[in-house]
Structures are given as C-alpha cells and as structure tokens.
Design a protein around this ligand. Structure first.
Ligand code: FAD
Length: 318
C-alpha cells in the first residue's frame, strides 16, 4: 500500500479521497459498495473507514426496569478496509480509536492490519459514549490519541506490549491524526489544542486531516498557525457537503463548528431538502475550488456513505 505521507509528497496534482462509515449492524456491505461505486470515476487515492465505539442500549424488561446492553452498532472497520482494497484496488485507511479498546486489543487490531498489508492508520481518541458526557477510556486503554499513537510508533520499532517478545517484527504504519481549525471543543483554548497537536506530530504523526469546516478562512488560519509552530506535515482539508436543513443545528452541536451566515441564509430560503442539497453542493464546489487555488495536496470529503453530493462536487472540481 502507498504511504499517505509519501503519496502527498510526490503528487503532480491534488488528489481526491473520501471517508465512509461501516454499515449499521445487520446491514450487508452491498449498500456501501453502491455508495462507493459512483465515486470511483474520480480515482480516489484512498478511502477512510471510520471506527465506532460501543454504545449502551436500554431494553425494557416490562416491569418498569431497564436492562443495559452494550453494543457496537457499526462494527467491521478492518473487514471493510480489506474488502475495499480487494474490490476497488484502492488504499483503505482504517481509523483507530482509544475509546472501548484495551492496549492489548489495539495491538491485536494492528497485527491484523499489518498482516492484511494495510500500512496507513488514522489515530484518534474517539468520542465519549453517547450517554456519557465525558470521554472515559477503557481501564487498560489510552486516554489520548497521543498515547495510542505512541503504541503504533512502538510497534513500528518492533516494540510490543509484552517485553519478553521484544524485539519483534516491525510494523510499518504511516500515521495520520485529526486537527481542528475551529479548536477541539474540550481544549481550554486554541493555543493549548495546537500544543497537543504538535506533540502528536513530534511523536510521529505524518499528516493531519482536519475536522469539517465551511469557511475556508478557518483552514487557512489553521495552516498558518501550524506552520508558525513548526508543524510542517501535510494538512488535508476535510469537507462535508451540507444535505439537509436539520444539519444547520446538528453539525454545530456534534462537531462544534460554525456555519457561515451566507450558507445559513441560503439554506433558510430553501423549500425542501432537495434544494438544500443543491446549496450544499454549490457551497462545496466553491470551497473546493478555493482550496485547490490555495495549493492543498488533497481534498477529502465526509461522504457519510452517501455518494450523490460528493459525486456532484467532484465532477465540477476534478
Ligand atoms: P486528542 O488528540 O486525544 O485530543 C482530545 C482532546 O484532549 C483535545 O481537546 C486536546 O486538546 C486534548 N488533549 C490532547 N492531548 C492531551 C494531553 N496530553 N493532556 C490534556 N489534554 C490533551 N471519532 C470516532 O469515534 N471514530 C472515528 O472514526 C473518527 N474519525 C475522525 C476523523 C477525523 C478526520 C476527525 C477530525 C475526527 C474523527 N473522530 C472520530 C472524532 C474524534 O475522535 C473526536 O473529535 C475526539 O473527541 C478527539 O479526537 P482526537 O484524536 O483529536 O483526540
């Protein structure tokens, strides 16, 4: 597999990539393939596959008591990556998260990926369990993406958890991380967030993928702030096409981002979500074209496993 850091260094023109979600448990993989199919004509350089931690579901026992069950609603990240590589001959990048994983489980997942020949990982902390307000790590897991990243770097250096095994076979992962042009919501301030970002790069992260943003100036300022702090790895902008009016409130509440006034008022004028999707596509095209002029190495789209909007944007841009 091509290492993303190398790919981005050697490109002649900016590349296209996108992120998908594993299907909900109980759904087959064909729906996902159908969502990927129309995007293949734009030659994606890689496809990211998200990882989802466990959630709690409560079942009514009929006597007024609720019974709590733990379930992973979107399993299958590693399998989907292998299936994508096999079917589409495109590099697939699994996201790895701290939440819900012990270090041992992480090590085993990394061994699976290594055996599959998957050499890129996007290392993240993951979000809190929906019903819990704050992020609580597994008792034997990592608290921050930085700690998970250090585990991957250790394995790249042949250092596994069981010291008796060391030195062991080196893995060969190229490590990406998340960056937040509008600050991660838990960070006390932008500067502090940037300091933690720098620590991840110093520890071995080779590229950054940004949280979605709808105002390119936020990305430009973020890149400038990174360079001023000597964070010199490629910074891939992540773009989400707006598709429904509800997203005007959902996106800011989930992703802690601002929506520009011009976009909000254009959506408010729409009579239905078909018109909203069209506004989202036009906004996405403008954002993409301006980012290309700025000289980004890659445009990365949050497809949410739906192809129409990303397809329309890519058609106008690539
Ligand atoms: P961290 O880098 O660990 O940062 C988390 C917070 O802690 C930040 O506020 C940071 O400033 C602070 N911090 C960092 N290090 C320290 C330290 N040493 N001491 C004190 N504070 C510290 N979530 C999923 O569950 N699955 C996914 O597949 C997924 N994919 C994503 C892809 C992208 C491109 C992005 C941008 C986000 C993704 N997320 C995903 C969401 C992500 O997991 C959340 O935003 C999460 O809350 C933070 O992850 P992180 O890796 O940035 O965490």
């Amino acid at each position: 597999m091509t290492k993303i850091a190398q790919l981005l260094q050697n490109i002649e023109k900016p590349v296209f990539s996108f992120e998908i979600l594993p299907p909900l448990k109980g759904h087959g993989i064909d729906e996902l393939f159908k969502a990927i199919d129309p995007l293949m004509e734009f030659n994606p350089s890689f496809i990211d596959v998200t990882y989802h931690r466990e959630e709690y579901v409560y079942k009514n026992r009929g006597n007024g008591l609720l019974e709590r069950h733990t379930t992973r609603k979107r399993p299958g990240t590693v399998g989907i990556c292998a299936a994508i590589i096999n079917r589409f001959k495109v590099d697939a990048i699994p996201h790895l998260i701290c939440g819900g994983f012990s270090k041992e489980e992480t090590e085993n997942a990394l061994i699976d990926l290594d055996f599959l020949g998957i050499d890129n990982v996007l290392v993240l902390r993951g979000d809190a369990i929906k019903s819990e307000g704050t992020f609580i790590p597994d008792p034997n897991g990592h608290h921050y993406a930085l700690d998970l990243l250090k585990q991957v770097v250790n394995m790249n250096n042949g250092k596994y958890l069981d010291e008796e095994l060391n030195p062991s076979a080196n893995t060969n992962f190229c490590i990406g991380i998340a960056g937040y042009p509008e600050k991660h919501f838990e960070a006390p301030n932008f500067q502090k967030d940037m300091e933690y970002l720098k620590k991840k790069v110093e520890a071995g992260a080779e590229y950054i993928v940004t949280q979605m943003f709808f105002n390119n100036q936020k990305y430009f300022d973020f890149v400038k702030a990174c360079r001023e702090m000597d964070i010199n790895v490629p910074i891939i902008p992540g773009l989400k096409p707006l598709t429904t009016a509800k997203q005007l409130t959902i996106l800011p509440s989930i992703f802690h981002i601002d929506l520009p006034e011009a976009l909000v008022s254009a959506v408010e004028k729409c009579k239905n979500n078909q018109q909203v999707a069209q506004v989202g596509i036009e906004w996405g095209i403008q954002q993409s074209k301006e980012l290309l002029k700025f000289g980004v190495p890659c445009l990365h789209y949050y497809s949410m496993s739906k192809s129409e909007a990303v397809q329309s944007i890519a058609k106008a841009v690539f």
